[in-house]
Design a protein around this ligand. Structure first.
Ligand code: HEC
Ligand code: HEC
Length: 420
């Protein structure tokens, strides 16, 4: 949604809640002292409160929608496919749709603070497809007040809902009595709790087959191994150029370098956002998502979106910020032929043609087998393949067929626990 639609009070509230940070709050609470900084609050208790908030469907207007409605743990914290309409999730008002495909929240906490990489000329880090949020704390309050999401119209309205929850007392215990009396302090506490939950292990289990293989507990099958080679080979897939393996955690690859690019993706004409009323989409069918450059300070970055992690990508279809691709095979096909002269595959014109990156991308020399192998490799990035604590098979392996679909027989190899 255009940022001009944010309620006027929201920006100052967000700023006072977040910039004031841990120092004195500009709006003194009548009873309580300023909330203690998040670091002084017990981290586990804070994450647990965040969990309560995350799954609470009484905090939307009308009630019925929680963060988990669009970020469901059973779908790697993305939206269940049967709830989506052409890649978009309905809001608390089921007739309203936003303009982007809800991403998985898994591993989101690893995105570094937003900064410019002067060498590559790209914006790195931050949250959201267009990198407009700086931190999980800053992001956490937005959905509550977004008219196409949880749709509260004021902090007071959200506070009234919070005070009626079964866990309202936890706020007092963690932040001091009266924290729910004042909008700014209450919002700061909500943001801290939701961010703490999203930094918990539930969002970063590193329990995929890929992890098992890199830890020496399992082996890829032949197709997966070839797919990993294609993924890394600079001459073939070169996916690692952006979905990088290296990170501060060594082997714990995140499959993104958090930079942003314009892949020249076609628009998703089936998106219900095009048909939203002018209050939500003033541009109607002429709507173009400028991505990073929606921020006027980022002119020149039109059509760029942040590289997503590929962890759990097998369970988060459809793909891309606009949900234009239904399958991984389609995405790989676009990387292979999207920029070929004469457009043999008949791809629709890019949503944002200016600044489109057509180098190696869009002209890969992959055989049909390379593409199938690449998809099979991406299926190994699904968490729940094993239990990192015991090494025993997890649900992804135990439920037949859940490991991967399509090419080849879904043979799930059991982890050899004897080696550790
Ligand atoms: C109606 C669906 C919906 C609801 C409800 C919702 N979200 Fe989201 N969420 C989205 C969409 C869509 C995006 C991508 C928005 C964009 O990039 O412009 C997103 C993006 C995010 C991101 C950024 C992830 C990243 O990797 O950049 C975070 C974090 C997030 N949501 C957390 C939450 C929290 C916390 C709540 C509850 C307070 C919530 N969301 C409620 C749809 C939803
Ligand atoms: C130049 C950087 C770059 C390279 C190289 C690259 N990607 Fe991407 N990838 C991106 C960006 C940016 C996005 C998100 C685009 C968007 O949403 O508009 C993305 C998105 C994806 C998605 C969708 C994920 C989701 O959750 O929606 C898949 C799948 C994917 N890439 C696979 C690959 C594969 C496979 C390769 C190698 C053949 C590859 N990518 C090479 C930058 C790159």
């Amino acid at each position: 949604m255009p940022d001009s639609l944010w309620p006027r009070w929201f920006a100052p509230l967000l700023l006072s809640a977040l910039i004031a940070g841990c120092s004195r709050d500009p709006v003194p609470a009548p009873v309580a002292p300023a909330p203690p900084s998040a670091s002084r609050v017990d981290a586990a208790a804070l994450a647990s409160l965040g969990r309560d908030l995350f799954f609470d469907a009484s905090l939307s207007s009308p009630p019925g929608q929680s963060c988990a409605s669009c970020h469901d743990p059973r779908w790697a914290f993305s939206t269940p496919r049967d709830r989506m309409n052409a890649g978009m999730a309905p809001g608390a008002d089921p007739a309203r749709f936003g303009m982007r495909n809800p991403p998985s929240l898994m591993y989101a906490s690893f995105s570094p603070p937003r900064h410019l990489d002067p060498v590559r000329g790209t914006l790195v880090g931050g949250l959201m497809h267009d990198q407009r949020a700086d931190s999980l704390e800053e992001q956490a309050l937005r959905p509550f007040f977004n008219p196409v999401e949880m749709a509260n119209t004021s902090a007071a309205a959200l506070l009234a809902r919070l005070r009626r929850t079964t866990y309202a007392g936890t706020f007092g215990r963690l932040f001091g009595r009266g924290v729910l009396a004042d909008p700014a302090t209450a919002m700061q506490a909500v943001a801290a709790a939701l961010a703490a939950y999203q930094r918990s292990d539930a969002f970063a289990p590193f329990s995929s087959k890929f992890d098992a293989v890199t830890e020496g507990r399992a082996a890829f099958d032949a197709s997966e191994a070839r797919g990993f080679d294609v993924f890394r080979d600079r001459q073939r897939g070169n996916c690692v150029e952006c979905h990088s393996l290296g990170d501060a955690q060594g082997w714990r690859a995140l499959f993104t370098d958090f930079s942003s690019h314009n892949l020249g993706l076609p628009p998703n004409r089936a998106s219900p956002f095009y048909r939203m009323p002018a209050t939500i989409n003033p541009d109607g069918t002429g709507f173009v998502d400028l991505g990073v450059a929606r921020d006027p300070q980022r002119a020149g970055m039109e059509g760029r979106f942040r590289v997503p992690t590929l962890r759990n990508v097998a369970v988060t279809s459809p793909y891309m910020h606009n949900g234009v691709f239904a399958s991984l095979g389609e995405a790989v096909r676009f990387y292979t032929t999207g920029c070929l002269a004469g457009n043999p595959d008949g791809w629709a014109q890019p949503e944002v043609a200016a600044g489109r990156e057509c180098g190696q991308i869009g002209r890969l020399t992959l055989t049909a087998r390379d593409s199938a192998d690449l998809v099979n490799f991406m299926y190994t990035l699904t968490d729940g393949w094993y239990d990192p604590k015991t090494g025993l098979p997890g649900p992804m392996q135990v439920v037949p067929g859940s490991q991967r679909f399509g090419a080849g027989a879904p043979t799930s190899r059991l982890i050899t626990t004897s080696s550790n």
